[in-house]
Structures are given as C-alpha cells and as structure tokens.
Design a protein around this ligand. Structure first.
Ligand SMILES: Cc1cc2nc3c(=O)[nH]c(=O)nc-3n(C[C@H](O)[C@H](O)[C@H](O)COP(=O)(O)OP(=O)(O)OC[C@H]3O[C@@H](n4cnc5c(N)ncnc54)[C@H](O)[C@@H]3O)c2cc1C
Length: 558
C-alpha cells in the first residue's frame, strides 16, 4: 500500500520541475515535487529568459514581478557581444540590443534574471496554485505498471522513507537524469565537447564596462575562450571558461586539476586589467554537451528540461526549452487526468517537443562553434536560424494538430553563417505563421472594454475559439460542441462584442475571413482553423476537438 497517492509526481524541483508544478497547478492539478536540495537554486546559472517564457509567466500572473526583479539585477536591453578582454578590444556584436526588432511579436520582452532569483518566484506561485513541494527529499527508486508509477522517497535528514503512488511521473532531474538512465533512454548528439567551469567572483568591474550596456560578453583571446555575465551594481558576476591555449589545438578539459590560483589567473586574463581587486566566490564544474534524448516518454513517465535535452549556454536556450516542455505537458496531463482527453494525447508530447528541442540543441551548438569554438566547425552543422524561430517559430506536427493541406513551413536560413548543411526541422519567423495550425497563435494588441490587451491574454486553461466578427456560426457551433464533449471553451469574436481591433489586423494576422475562426489550445498553439464560415457546424468543430483531444470521433448531426 502506498503512503500517499498523487496525480503527478515530479522528480527535481529546479527551474523545470518547479515550472511544471506551477503550470499543472494553473490547470487545477496538485503535483507533488521532490527535490534533493534543501531549497531553491543558490547559484545564478540560467539568466536569459526568452519572450516565449515570459509569455508563459504572464499566463500565470508573475510576469510583472519577474520583470521588476530582473530590473534590480541586470541592465535591460543589453548587448550580446565578444571582446578580447573586458578591458580591451571589442571583437563583434551578435545582438546590439536584446529587444531591438522583436517587440512586435510578443506582449513580453526578453530579460535576464538569475535562477537564484527566479526560482523563489516560481515556488511561491506554484505553492499558491496548490503544488506540494518537498525539499531535502529524493526519489530513490520507482516501479511502473499499467496504472501508474510507485516511487520510494527518502528525506535526506531524517532518513524517513515513504511510498508515493502517482498516475504519472515527470523526470525533471537534470542533465544526469537517473530516471532516464534507468529507463534505458539514450542521449543522441555531439556528446561532451568541453569540461567547462563557471567562476563566480566578486569585484567592482564597473570601470571595465565603460558605461556600455552589456548582457553577455564572450571572451576570445589567445589564452582562453568563454563568456562573462555581470550583475548590477557591477560588483559580481561570473566567467565561464570553455577551453584554454592554442585555438587550433585547445585544452578542452578546463575542469580537471583546477586550483583557485589557476581560476584567478583565468579571471584576470578575461578581465584584462590586473588592477581590479577580485575574489573568487565559487567554482562550478560542468560538461558542455549538445544532446537530445531519443524518447521523451516511456509509458507513464515523461522527461522534461535538461533530462530530455542538454545544450551549451550559447544563445541562452537551455532552461527556456525546459519551460516550454513544462508548458506543453501540463495542459495535456490535466485534461487526461480530468477525463476530458484520451491518454493518446500524451504521446503528442514526444512528437511535438522532441523535434523542437533537437532543433534548439543544434542551434545552441552552432552558436557555440561560431562564438566560442571555431575549431569544431564542420560541413554538416546546422546553419544559424533567427533567434525568433528558435523561441517561437518551431512548428508542431502531431495528432494534437489538424494540419491544413499544402501548407508546409518555410525553413529559414539566415544570420551569420555557421557553415551548415544539416536540415533543420520546420521552423519559421513567427511573423509568417499567420495562425496556421501547428504554430504559436500570433500576438497582436487588441482592446477589451477599451483597455489594451494581447490576443495571448485570451488563452487560459480552456481551448479558445478566436473568431472573425461575422463568425456567429462557428461560435454557436463551438459552444454546442464543447457542451457535447463536456469541456470548457472560451469563445471570442474579435471586432465584435467587447473586443475591438483598433489596427484592423486580426483577420490578416490569423489568416481568416470575417466568418472564419481558429481553435487555440491551452498552450497557445493553433490546433485547427477554418478560413471561412462555409463549413460551420457543431459536427465539424466537434470532430476537430475530438481528434485533437484523442477522443473517439462521435459525430452527431449539427
Ligand atoms: C553557465 C550556464 C549558463 C546558462 N545560462 C542559461 C540561460 O541564460 N538561459 C537558459 O535558458 N538556460 C541557461 N543555462 C541552462 C540552464 O541552467 C539549464 O537548462 C536549466 O537549469 C535546467 O533546469 P532543469 O530543472 O531541467 O535541471 P536542473 O537545474 O539540473 O535541476 C534538476 C534537479 O533535479 C534534482 N534531482 C535530481 N535527481 C533527483 C532525485 N532522485 N530526487 C530528487 N531530486 C533530484 C537536482 O537536485 C536538481 O535540483 C545555463 C547553464 C549554464 C551551465
């Protein structure tokens, strides 16, 4: 007999496990999280948060507080660039201003906030939404059978053990996932290409910044390659070191045999000014890797975050990709657990997230090679895609989407050349998606009762029908279909009722006429679209919903 039964057990309560618990809570599912550490992150680690992740945080109501904390910690809209040393010559700017030219695609901005500051905000929200978080607690074994997963949990301090029975388990247990290993799931990709270190330091480096607004400073000089990130008021930060010595024959094991004295030498070499007093606070050792798990699901267990994909920090995509995993699986688990969707919906997690993650891993690798390790350049590397394609532009293709015929995504290849022949899976600039099924529903500013909101603010726990102003047919049909299927649906006509379209761009942005409609999933991806009202019937939309929710199609006349 288990000591406790829960709908979902999450192993690992760091960035991704915590996000999953928060998003499950948002969908009314109270997850149990077990985390080995005694509290949230103590090291800064990830900091670059993409617009898409900020959109997810906006959905659960913490975007503003996250932005406020970010502003206390980092300069906003800084550059991502490369230098010989922080004090010395500038080499190139990869991104001159973090948010330049991207604000139109999202209501949210890219920001920097460290994991040590972000995780407590996620924790607070997850708990408010009902998550049951257990720190200093580890999962020591598990057995899976037809109906669920039984896990043995041990408290690290008391040694007390309990058995938890869960309908589903999420492995958010990081890059060295023990669950992944026990399931026999292999990681595929480039393997380890550097034994890197992160040197956390204190010291006033403001003089070396020379008033420049910088978010990430890559360092490439004859002695080392890595990158700096500095926090306000510019008296602390870190230097990552990827390799040392001759770039044609580099020493890629920076970690082995490292002493504090050597680390201080590397730091001074990156700063390029020995007169600045600095002191080392901590050193972290980690493997730079670019791999994706061969499966994201085995039975009732799902891999998420670094357990499913590991990538070099170049681009700042690792943690963000994990948050998107969490966002994708949370609503699916919730609808299956509530009996609103068939269990096959869960298989769409692997079908959707694995190609998106594999693409991101390759893009992070290409950026690593281009920015930090040109000696790894090869002909079959993926060409660099626009950052927006990585953040928003991946295209889902699974049973959870009703595809339109003859509408393949345009694969973009742009930006600095990373060499690159390897084909990327479908991805596109989010400005080109135009409400096509499988893509993220576009953002545009509209007004509700005269107050500006984003179209994205209309998506919440339910499916949402966004319709043209003359699409009463689809609205009526959607209401009947949802009642028939026993699910909630939010229905909005843009340009009618209390929602106005001041720029008159909604129909074009979503690729429909004034009688057409799109069905948006709770994760903000378009599931189905009718460009006009010709076929409007409850049977049509009921079939679409049944198919996306992996329920048996049980069509009755409209
Ligand atoms: C220097 C650096 C900079 C980075 N910068 C960025 C960035 O700017 N943006 C970005 O998006 N990403 C960045 N990343 C990547 C990012 O840090 C990771 O992708 C992210 O932390 C992964 O989160 P996770 O929750 O999947 O895994 P982890 O953070 O590794 O968490 C896994 C957790 O599982 C727990 N655990 C493991 N096994 C058990 C068990 N059996 N029982 C209980 N608990 C268990 C562990 O204690 C751990 O807390 C960076 C990484 C590095 C190294």
């Amino acid at each position: 007999m288990p000591d406790i039964e829960v709908p979902v057990l999450i192993v690992g309560g760091s960035l991704v496990g915590m996000s999953t618990a928060m998003l499950l809570g948002h969908h009314g599912i109270r997850a149990r999280v077990v985390e080995h550490h005694r509290g949230t992150a103590i090291h800064p680690r990830a900091a670059m948060i993409t617009q898409r992740t900020m959109e997810v945080l906006r959905t659960v109501g913490i975007e503003q507080i996250v932005m406020q904390k970010s502003d206390e910690q980092f300069v906003q809209d800084g550059a991502i660039m490369a230098v010989e040393t922080l004090a010395g010559k500038e080499l190139t700017y990869f991104i001159a201003n973090l948010n330049e030219g991207v604000r139109d695609v999202s209501p949210s901005a890219r920001i920097f906030i460290t994991q040590s500051l972000l995780e407590p905000l996620l924790k607070q929200r997850a708990e408010a939404l009902g998550a049951d978080l257990r720190f200093a607690t580890e999962m020591i074994s598990f057995v899976e059978n037809r109906d669920g997963v039984t896990a043995k949990i041990r408290h690290r301090d008391t040694g007390q053990e309990e058995t938890v029975r869960a309908r589903y388990m999420i492995a958010a247990d990081g890059a060295h996932s023990n669950i992944r290993d026990l399931l026999g799931i292999r990681m595929l990709g480039h393997g380890v290409f550097s034994k890197s270190i992160t040197i956390y330091f204190r010291g006033d480096v403001s003089r070396l910044l020379r008033g420049r607004s910088l978010s990430v400073m890559y360092v490439v000089n004859p002695a080392l390659s890595g990158f700096f990130r500095i926090e306000k008021p510019f008296t602390s930060g870190f230097l990552v070191v990827h390799w040392l010595g001759n770039p044609n024959n580099p020493v890629t094991d920076v970690s082995n045999g490292l002493t504090n004295e050597r680390a201080l030498e590397y730091l001074r070499c990156g700063l390029g000014d020995d007169s600045v007093p600095v002191e080392i606070e901590n050193i972290m050792h980690w493997d730079a890797t670019a791999d994706t798990a061969e499966h994201f699901q085995r039975g009732r267990i799902f891999l998420a975050g670094d357990a499913a994909h590991v990538m070099p920090p170049s681009g700042g995509f690792g943690g963000n990709t994990g948050v998107q995993d969490a966002h994708n699986i949370a609503w699916k688990l919730a609808m299956v657990l509530k009996g609103q969707a068939g269990p096959d919906l869960l298989a769409t997690y692997d079908a959707e997230r694995r190609p998106a993650a594999a693409f991101t891993v390759e893009q992070a690798y290409s950026r690593y090679v281009l920015r930090s390790a040109p000696y790894l350049k090869s002909d079959n590397m993926q060409a660099i895609a626009n950052d927006l394609n990585i953040e928003f532009g991946y295209v889902y293709d699974s049973r959870g989407i009703i595809k339109e015929r003859g509408n393949r995504a345009r694969v973009e290849r742009e930006g600095g050349s990373g060499g690159g022949n390897a084909a990327a899976p479908p991805n596109e600039n989010p400005r080109d998606s135009k409400g096509r099924p499988g893509t993220r529903a576009p953002h545009l500013w509209i007004e509700r009762d005269g107050r500006q909101i984003s179209t994205l603010d209309l998506f919440d726990q339910n499916f949402t029908l966004l319709a043209g102003r003359e699409a009463e047919g689809w609205c009526h049909s959607a209401r009947s279909a949802a009642t028939r299927l026993g699910i909630g649906i939010d229905i909005h006509r843009i340009g009618a009722d209390n929602l106005s379209d001041p720029t008159a761009t909604f129909l074009e942005a979503y690729g429909i006429s004034s009688t057409g409609a799109v069905l948006v999933r709770p994760d903000g991806f378009v599931a189905w679209r009718a460009k006009t009202g010709e076929a409007a019937s409850a049977g049509e939309i009921s079939d679409a919903l049944s198919s996306v929710l992996c329920r048996e199609v049980n069509r009755r006349s409209a």
